[in-house]
Write a protein that binds this ligand. Sequence first.
Ligand code: SF4
Ligand code: ZN
Length: 345
Amino acid sequence: MKFKNKSKITLNLKEPYENGLRWKIGINTVPCISVRKGKRCVYCGFINWEKPIEPQKVGGYFLDFFEKNYTKSISRVEVYSSGSFFDDCEVSANSRQEIVKTLNRDSIKEIVLETRPEFINSKNIKDLTKYIDPKKLFIAVGLETMSDEIRRKTAKGFTKKRFIKAIDVLQKEGVGFQAYLLLKPPVDMSEYESIVDLAKSVKDLVCLMKNKPSSLVVAVQPFFVAENSFIAKIPYFRNEFKPIWLYSIAKSIEILDKIRKEQKYDFKIILGNYKDNVETISVPSNYDESGKICTCSNKIRNYLNDINRHQKNVRIITDAVLAFKCDCKKSWIKEVGSKLQVKGF
Ligand code: SF4
Ligand SMILES: [Zn+2]
């Protein structure tokens, strides 16, 4: 296959985050259970890596890599296997413990471990909280939306009911939860409808999490077309599809910030990008009248990148983006902004 690669560490990215650095680490494990069953999510562009690490050896590789690359400015570490950190076929129980022990450093305040919800159970979590403060642990799930109907169209392969069962476990064990939510997924829905769905999903999540032991992180992932994904084979998504406007991303973050104030529930908002482990075909942008990518896009992307630095500055950044003066703004207002205003957003 075109994108095969033999590296053991598939992602090694350090980005500014709050007062330190956020370190994203990808490990070449056995592929995701959905890929193994031939049922990959429609947008999944994860590269097919050759020679994955055996599940029992993942912990050892991680330790070696960590020791060579760790610096004291790292405050958050995100660990990505090829699908699910808690899937024994990817990372064995011993390897999981070794990784968490390795990450138990004073500078590291947040540890994010990504998994599908079916692998979350009390034993798996307890195995780790023996070695680390549960408050430092965040279990991340690619929930995408709280709507089963929309998620089904992405071939994600789990339901809200299954997800809520996993949340109950996290609440019982007192570990945090990070929800990845997709903005403008490649399903039959408009940009406006997708922003409304994001707001609704976050309100539902707040109801589920508020006044409970686990904290919530909302990780917004603006959808982009990835090479090697199922939808990249469809000519419309390859050639015509316009990923979400950057103004819409700013507006969505502003809406989420309003929700956390209205609900008096201080969840964290993180904005995802498209630099992780995949090759891209098209990414969120602003567009001129003729539909071509507007020249302001790079500048606005740089503004948006700052959102993960300081939660308190989120509104300063979204206000700056939404007040940005460029001709393309008129097209955005016509296409999306005016509908959001009617909705009261
Ligand atoms: S998006 Fe995640 S869950 Fe879906 S196939 Fe890819 S790795 Fe698996
Ligand atoms: Zn512009």
